[in-house]
Design a protein around this ligand. Sequence first.
Ligand SMILES: NC(=O)c1ccc[n+]([C@@H]2O[C@H](COP(=O)([O-])OP(=O)(O)OC[C@H]3O[C@@H](n4cnc5c(N)ncnc54)[C@H](O)[C@@H]3O)[C@@H](O)[C@H]2O)c1
Length: 444
Amino acid sequence: MGTVPLEQKLRDKTAKIGIVGLGYVGLPLAVEFAGKGFNTLGIDVDRKKIEDINAGTNYIQDVSDEKLTKLTKEGMLEATTMYGRAGEMDVIYICVPTPFTPNKEPDITYINQAAKNISEHLRKEQLIILKSTTFPETTEKVVQPIMESTGLKVGQDFYLAFSPERIDPGRKDYTTATTPVIVGGVTKKCTMLAKLTNEQIIDKVVPVSSPREAEMAKLLENIFRSVNIALLNELAQLCDRMGNIDIWEVVEAAATKPFGFMPFYPGPGIGGHCILVDPYYLSWKAKEYDFHSDFIELAARTNENMPFYVMDLVIRSLSINGASLKSAKLLFLGVSFKKDVDDIRNSPALKLMDLLQHRGAQNITYNDPYVPNLKLDDHNYESYNLTDELIAEADCVIMTTAHTEYTKQVKNIVKHAKLIVDTRNITKDITAEPNKIVRLGSYK
Ligand SMILES: NC(=O)c1ccc[n+]([C@@H]2O[C@H](COP(=O)([O-])OP(=O)(O)OC[C@H]3O[C@@H](n4cnc5c(N)ncnc54)[C@H](O)[C@@H]3O)[C@@H](O)[C@H]2O)c1
């Protein structure tokens, strides 16, 4: 019997879906396919994650516990560390990390490794879709040669495409199904098959001419955010210096324009796996063409300076209140990089903690309802319960993440605090005694 074409398997839903890398991107994707009736296998190098999934235990906030348990019980979703099973799959998504090196250069070793492991089991009529964010040409110049080293030819024997992820952890209004995605295949047939695959779980799939446009589009989306946040971070510092304009009110006012403006907000810096990291992937690639991307560099410089700026703000605010950094008790509220999520990767709160510690702060504690403990510079921290006493004991409460819980309790936090440095405008509607609240970019 000849090989059944992938298109047919997708149309009659007998295609087997493989997901390599079961993190924030991979696990929700696997759950989505399994939920739509596709036999789905996750492959990860992390044994703990594999054990958890096979036991029906969820570890990603956006995935429903019940759904995961049900799908594993039914045998629709399974996980393994064994790449040997990649050959059983008809479609394989690659969702591995793409961090940067300490010198801020792209680190694509995870993509390389995953592609090599898959290539050892590559067979005819398989489709490989790279989802990890990366610089243009990765799909064709890094992944394709690894796959073709097997003797199989892209577009004829197997198919290859890039389709970037747009998941926004913690977001409720747009789900995997309702967030459009882009696909760019190496050949027309690769694009067609990658589109058809994505359409099984996503309402709108937008094809582009090649993987390069798809790779660049993903970077554009994140650089757009980085540049606009940087602009607001710069304006927040200007407002601080002028001392009589509230940047937060300015943004809200500008946002009443119904066209041509989109609100972005200042903060203690940017973090996470995307906005901070991805711009460097493009600026690195640009240099190969003797091209220096000034917008990217300037935005990165402005955003990465913010924790240093906030550190100065904390030290200044303490001294105005007659306290010194060395003896002060500092309480951080929120250590994850954004509101209502548990992700602390590259979090500006951690950077700020680290900076203050190196400047002499000896008594740092934190509360974060999503992060029970963390390790920083070989030091283990545990989240303290947010009690009135904890707040009252602190010489400075530093609000670094706008978790909903803090917004709800803000009146009480202000009531008990001696001094607050608010980098997220959580205290916007609160009036307090002079010098009690120092709000980034605001004189009020
Ligand atoms: N997290 C987000 O919100 C988000 C959004 C859009 C795009 N992205 C991009 O998606 C990619 C994945 O990000 P993430 O947040 O899911 O990362 P993650 O760290 O949460 O998950 C990656 C997983 O890959 C596994 N892994 C590493 N090497 C492997 C290998 N050789 N074989 C199999 N598994 C391997 C890790 O153990 C981990 O479980 C990155 O390129 C990221 O930039 C992330």
